[in-house]
Ligand binder design. Structure first.
Ligand SMILES: [Zn+2]
Length: 177
């Protein structure tokens, strides 16, 4: 069960591998990447409304949702269909689904909704905090902070490498022209 820290770092890393249009604010693209890479979990609003946990990791965690949200975001940003931006935003959104798929041992994602409503998971890693109800107060805060630090430890090197590569390529006039 990856946290927002891991999702954000992965999404921002993907955005930074793409050439960002100089007419746009660099930071707005970073913020957009952080938002899109966490957007699938906004399905918690549906859980609150319906009271059913089955809504979590359902259609919002599918390839179709990634494609639709990515294409729509690119359309809104450009005012018309934009193939490259559609791909980047789709990948940023999909990074969330992929991490949930890889880093969950239970409660997978409906990757192939609506073709299949089966929640699938690769079950690679069991996160140290699976059941929120087992913890409360300071212990819960302590666990959340610990896992967030672990995610920074494992995911920030990827972002760092991408950032350095981007700067190097930019200095070589390959990126951001
Ligand atoms: Zn999720």
């Amino acid at each position: 069960m990856p946290f927002p820290v891991a999702h954000s770092l992965a999404g921002i890393s993907i955005t930074l591998t793409a050439k960002i249009d100089r007419r746009r604010s660099f930071y707005s693209e970073i913020l957009l990447a952080a938002f899109l890479s966490n957007l699938p979990d906004f399905d918690f609003l549906l859980v609150l409304v319906t009271g059913s946990l089955a809504c979590h990791r359902s259609f919002s965690h599918s390839l179709l949702a990634a494609l639709l949200v990515g294409s729509l975001t690119a359309f809104i940003r450009n005012g018309s269909f934009h193939k490259k931006d559609s791909l980047v935003y789709t990948l940023v959104y999909f990074s969330h689904i992929f991490l949930d798929f890889i880093l969950s041992t239970r409660n997978g994602v409906q990757m192939f909704w609506p073709l299949s409503k089966l929640k699938i998971t690769a079950g690679v890693i069991t996160y140290p905090l699976y059941n929120w109800l087992d913890y409360d107060g300071f212990t819960l805060i302590e666990r959340l902070a610990f896992i967030s630090l672990l995610e920074i430890f494992f995911f920030s090197p990827v972002l760092f490498v991408v950032f350095i590569a981007r700067r190097y390529l930019s200095d070589s006039n390959v990126v951001d022209q």
